[in-house]
Write a protein that binds this ligand. Structure first.
Ligand code: ZN
Length: 245
């Protein structure tokens, strides 16, 4: 009985706190509680998504909120060598629900907080490549590990690949967070976080098949706004960097 009463009281307190928070929504000064393409630091995106879930529900929260949340496979931040760059990876679910129509897709955003830099794309690989352009200029010139060399086994990087990389990669490119580039079969073209010897990406060599941007141009492509199915952002907006999907 005591437990039941205790549980009932706890539930009521939670609901009271929720009602308080809903009543004071106008005082919310964090990142928007809906989808946005504006730049926000990772911590603010985390707090906003947690607040949305508190106000509403965790159930189906990705699809219902359309808000940025940590990529399921890349929950942590990555730091890069001696540089100040970092990578925080978020996704936002804008795909229409079953039997509904609408614009949108599964979007990926990479953020470098020290630089207040971010890239958003409907193609995860494009966002990852843009981040490498930002944090590792020159990465496109790294050696491609040929397909004949088996890079990974069940227990991680193979000795053969480790030796090949140590021999062929420039010493200055063998730093924490640095990527490797591997030749893949046609169906395995996803860039994989955390699979380089230094915790960086294993990038598919298919990334190099697209023409490289002219060296005089600082951006890969002109910014193009994504369709915005939701109301415009409120709060302190900063310029966004949105890649063409
Ligand atoms: Zn940076």
């Amino acid at each position: 009985m005591a437990d039941r009463i205790g549980g009932q009281l706890a539930f009521d307190f939670d609901e009271l706190a929720r009602e308080d928070a809903r009543a004071s929504l106008g005082e919310w000064s964090g990142a928007p509680l809906h989808f946005t393409t504006d730049y926000y630091p990772p911590r603010e995106l985390d707090e906003a998504f947690a607040h949305w879930c508190f106000l509403n529900t965790h159930f189906d929260s990705y699809a219902s909120s359309h808000m940025w949340h940590r990529a399921i496979t890349i929950p942590g931040d990555m730091t890069v060598g001696d540089s100040e760059h970092t990578a925080s990876t978020f996704t936002a679910e804008l795909r229409p629900r079953v039997a509904q129509e609408g614009p949108g897709g599964l979007l990926t955003q990479l953020i470098c907080e020290p630089c207040e830099w971010h890239a958003i794309s409907g193609d995860e690989n494009h966002a990852v490549e843009a981040w490498h352009d930002h944090a590792f200029p020159g990465w496109r010139d790294l050696p491609v590990i040929p397909a004949q060399i088996r890079v990974r086994s069940e227990s991680g990087l193979t000795k053969l690949a480790t030796a090949w990389i140590a021999e062929h990669y420039p010493v200055e490119a063998q730093v924490p967070g640095a990527p490797i580039i591997t030749e893949r079969a046609s169906h395995g073209t996803r860039h994989v976080a955390g699979y380089s010897p230094w915790g960086g990406y294993d990038l598919s060599a298919t990334a190099l098949d697209r023409p490289a941007p002219p060296s005089t141009s600082p951006k890969r492509s002109p910014a193009r706004a994504l369709p915005q199915p939701l109301p415009p952002a409120a709060g302190p907006a900063r310029p966004g960097h949105v890649l063409g999907a």
